[in-house]
Write a new protein. Structure first.
Length: 198
């Protein structure tokens, strides 16, 4: 079966509990069709950032110009820049106005690997999407895509292919945060070689 097969995930998929949506996103395929070509990666690692009682979330202090997209309806993209260098791609969850999202931390490259390598300057498939900044660069995702509706259009999410089995899910602490660092809101496919490190 083609890695492009399937219909984009609908808005209802992204509604509800952010932790549940985060786990359900594992195995889904992120698709970006750009002028240079189409790239596709399977989601293998994510982090949940909650609407309430989560001081590590960008939404903890309410809406700002920077995080406005995090408060859109579920199923939109929230893309931000860290260290002035690396883009991070998130999927908005819960409900409009909530300020909840799932950070996509790692992908298994499925299609468009030559284009990913060109964008990344990386020679090994393992190095293309094993981290949020890496995958955004490989997939051609930038702040220009902040606020995009992911239920249709050039950037969208497809469910796992019928019959795909990802195995057990591992929960661990989120990476690179100082607040609520003890909470295990990072989810990954256990023993997956495509996940980020640590």
């Amino acid at each position: 079966m083609s890695v492009r097969a399937g219909r984009p995930l609908e808005r209802a998929f992204f509604r509800g509990d952010t932790q549940s949506v985060a786990e359900k996103l594992l195995g889904a395929r992120l698709v970006h069709t750009a002028l240079e070509g189409t790239t596709i990666g399977r989601i293998v690692e994510v982090e949940a950032y909650l609407a309430e009682d989560d001081p590590a979330s960008h939404s903890a202090r309410g809406p700002t110009d920077r995080n406005a997209s995090m408060f859109l309806a579920p199923g939109h993209a929230y893309v931000y820049l860290i260290y002035g260098l690396h883009h991070c791609f998130n999927v908005v969850t819960a409900r409009a106005g909530a300020g909840a999202a799932v950070l996509i931390r790692a992908l298994e490259p499925l299609a468009g690997l030559e284009l990913m390598m060109e964008r990344r300057g990386a020679l090994r498939p393992r190095d293309l999407c094993s981290g949020p900044g890496k995958l955004a660069q490989a997939m051609g995702l930038t702040r220009a895509h902040d606020g995009r509706d992911l239920t249709s259009g050039a950037i969208h999410l497809l469910p796992p292919e019928p019959g795909w089995r990802g195995g057990p899910v591992a929960a661990s602490r989120r990476v690179g945060i100082s607040k609520a660092a003890e909470r295990e809101l990072r989810y990954s496919l256990a023993s997956c070689p495509w996940s980020s490190r640590p």
